[in-house]
Design a protein around this ligand. Sequence first.
Ligand code: FAD
Length: 378
Amino acid sequence: MPATRHLPTPESEDLVALTREIAAKELAPRAADAERSGTFPREVFTTLGRAGLLTLPYPEEFGGGAQPYEVYLQVLEEIGAAWASVGVGVSVHALSCFPLFAYGSDEQRAEWLPDVLSGERLGAYCLSEAHAGSDPAGMRARAVREGDSYVLNGAKAWTTHGGKADFYTVMARTSDDGPRGISCFHVPAGTPGLEFDEPEDKMGLMGSTTATVRLVGARVPAGNLIGTEGQGLSIALAGLDAGRLGIAAVATGLAQRALDVAVQYAKEREAFGKAIIKHQGLAFVLADMAAAVESARATYLSAARLKDAGRPYGREASIAKLVATDNAMKVTTDAVQVLGGAGYTRDFPVERFMREAKVMQIFEGTNQIQRLVISRGL
Ligand SMILES: Cc1cc2nc3c(=O)[nH]c(=O)nc-3n(C[C@H](O)[C@H](O)[C@H](O)COP(=O)(O)OP(=O)(O)OC[C@H]3O[C@@H](n4cnc5c(N)ncnc54)[C@H](O)[C@@H]3O)c2cc1C
């Protein structure tokens, strides 16, 4: 049963209906096979881009849909419900576009934004390093100015779309001045010295390629610096506020889907002479799952409405990421329980949902880091 939504305009209702149609036709039927074989569905991003679903929150002057974040996130939730890897990919792509959109010069925006916002060029976001995940200020990758270029050296770990993206938004050190010594660069695929390790062999989300990006004397024009030297970490962290809302929406979609599968199964499966949903002990598990999905949705919508109003929303974005991903972990785990032995097999999708939910508690700041952000603001 699809989520009941309260959308602000008839146009936004049409957008959600269009997303459901594309998700049902192009995403959901392919997800299980692609996840099993580890196939990255690049063409799906082109489809979503051409349907205008990747540009929703951006102004019309850049070819965007000028939709509030509240609407964009509900569209993203629908994508995540159909295929979590694609939902995560859309969210990471938006994250990789953010520095250019928010901090790029007029020339940079005119040159790169149309193709990156339309999804013709897919992005990746390179902040983490092997020894510096939760604490990115400890990064070691370096960018050294040589004449009209910067030369980048180092390794960026865990890059979603590593080796598949058309451009990489890379944070690298331009001085030893701690968090103020980091800068942000636009690095196109095909730049000599931009290399990739074999993709990580993960527990789930195999349709989303994750790989270490190696910078081996990768030279980019000085004009590819986004913002000013030393501004990189604040750009990266500002992007993560919005990115966390994206992950919260995808996690909510995943949890909604797990709930839907569990409810349908509980209506069909019988034990002790009646459908298992008629046993109150199990119906209450489903009720708790429904409450968890609704409360996750409420937290990300509440943060999105603050963002749309131009108000600070960083703490609320952390709350949304924490609540939505912890709830997704609980709901998907309970969905396996509702299906009993069947839930533990690959004949049903809920075991995959459970594996997909786990990583959402880890990336874009682990849920311990979200608690750190929330508690610092108290
Ligand atoms: C599938 C996947 C995709 C990813 N995609 C990207 C991407 O596209 N771009 C990118 O830049 N990164 C990406 N990441 C990296 C991700 O953001 C990091 O894995 C994450 O930030 C955690 O860093 P870490 O793995 O180094 O863990 P660590 O920082 O080593 O943390 C280990 C444990 O210690 C805890 N911990 C650390 N510090 C504290 C503290 N101060 N208080 C309490 N607990 C603490 C953590 O919560 C965690 O439980 C991805 C990761 C995965 C798994």
